[in-house]
Write a protein that binds this ligand. Structure first.
Ligand SMILES: Nc1ncnc2c1ncn2[C@@H]1O[C@H](COP(=O)(O)OP(=O)(O)OP(=O)(O)O)[C@@H](O)[C@H]1O
Ligand SMILES: [Mg+2]
Length: 384
């Protein structure tokens, strides 16, 4: 746990504090994202925490201990730091850069080599190719990833990461973010993560702290910042599309309507049609006995048909898994003309449906959709 108590930093000769009475707790095992405009004091705060610069007033404690009472070298071994400018040692290979702290801790060569290769793989750099390179032989994004690996080398319980993925292209960045979150699930480190990118903040942070001119303006869960921005500054910082951004935080299973109305493949077409007319449904989902999705029928196909609904069911080419995030689901839905998405699990069993009404209700929009072609899709259950 990291606790900041009215932390203030005034650089020598400066007229304004770089950090101004910031109080904040980062609970153990959580990622707290610092975000804010350039020069708002993010890097300064990190350097105060690991005592690279002296504090002017206020207090900082790490795991309940005041950092002023700790040996600075010991403190820094406890805290991994990926600095903003990467700062690899130019005369040392990638391996030796990553091995800096393990060497200080007198790990064996075998253990160090294994750790270096493990970390390079983790940050998506092929160990064989990159292990023996010097920093000048790396691209900016590759160097940054080596910087992240170096910060993680001795497996410190606390990590300070200053824009660790800033120089990395969007695709690799997503890969690293996902990988990082996956590891964090297991390792549960206490992490302060700085970014300029609000989307990254929403994705990575359990908590977000928004700073402006050295002051903490708002801190809270990502959803709180998006849903209840404290003032106009926060509102403009999180962006006009904050409602859409909230979709990134939610999963399909959080928004879907469970037990959607459907019929079975063995139901007689004329009965199904009768019920569809009665309930004003233009389309209907068709399932088998195990609730596996077979497709859908429309009134036109059923009219005059003497067999079973399953015989005339059309395939639904697009379905979505309950674990996908809502933004991806919405974008699929918009590219598809039926206006709903059927949610199926790995075995093809129907779990629910997603339509624009449920989505807009969830994100707090007032958009009122009356069911469209699917009629009263919210009427749950079997139609026959
Ligand atoms: N060593 C220093 N001496 C004097 N002033 C400094 C020093 N380092 C930073 N500052 C000032 O302190 C303020 C906060 O700087 P800091 O580097 O913490 O910002 P930041 O939020 O990390 O910005 P960025 O997003 O650009 O990295 C700035 O106004 C900066 O000019
Ligand atoms: Mg900075």
């Amino acid at each position: 746990m990291i606790e900041l108590n009215h932390v203030t930093k005034i650089y020598p000769g400066a007229s304004q504090p770089a950090v101004d009475s910031v109080s904040l707790t980062v609970p153990e095992g959580e990622i707290c994202v610092f975000i804010g405009p350039s020069g708002c004091g993010k890097t300064t705060l990190m350097r105060l925490i690991n005592r690279l610069i002296p504090i002017t007033s206020g207090g900082i404690s790490v795991d309940g201990k005041d950092i002023m009472g700790l040996d600075p070298i010991e403190l820094r071994r406890h805290i991994g730091y990926a600095i903003q400018q990467v700062g690899l040692f130019p005369h040392m290979t990638v391996r030796d850069n990553i091995a800096t702290v393990p060497k200080l801790l007198c790990w064996s060569r075998v253990k160090i080599d294994a750790r270096v290769d493990e970390l390079l793989t983790l940050v998506n750099l092929e160990p064989k190719t990159f292990r023996d390179r010097f920093p000048r032989q790396l691209s900016g994004g590759q160097a940054q990833r080596v910087g992240v690996a170096r910060a993680m080398a001795a497996d410190p319980p606390i990590m300070l990461m200053d824009e660790p993925f800033g120089a990395i292209d969007p695709i690799n960045r997503e890969v690293l973010q996902d990988e990082f979150l996956r590891i964090q699930e297991k390792l549960k480190k206490t992490i302060i993560f700085v970014t300029h990118d609000i989307n990254e903040a929403i994705k990575m942070g359990q908590r977000i702290a928004l700073l402006k001119e050295g002051r903490l303006i708002q801190t809270g869960l990502p959803d709180e910042l998006l849903n209840r921005p404290a003032d106009e500054f926060v509102k403009s910082f999180v962006g006009a599309d904050r409602v859409l951004k909230r979709l990134n935080l939610l999963k399909v299973k959080d928004a879907m309507m469970t037990n959607p109305v459907h019929c079975r493949s063995e139901d007689l077409s004329e009965k199904v049609l009768e019920q569809m007319v009665k309930n004003d449904l233009a389309f209907l989902i068709v399932a088998d006995r195990e609730r596996r999705l077979l497709g859908y029928v429309n009134q036109y196909d059923l009219r005059g048909h003497k067999g079973h609904a399953g015989d005339v069911a059309r395939k639904l080419t697009l379905t979505v898994s309950p674990e996908r995030n809502l933004k991806e689901a919405l974008s699929q839905m918009l590219g598809y003309d039926l206006g709903i998405l059927v949610v199926v699990d790995e075995d093809g069993r129907i779990q629910g449906v997603l339509n624009s009404t449920t989505l807009s209700t969830l994100v707090g929009s007032t958009y009122d959709e009356r069911g469209g072609h699917w009629g009263r899709i919210t009427a749950a259950g079997r139609i026959l």
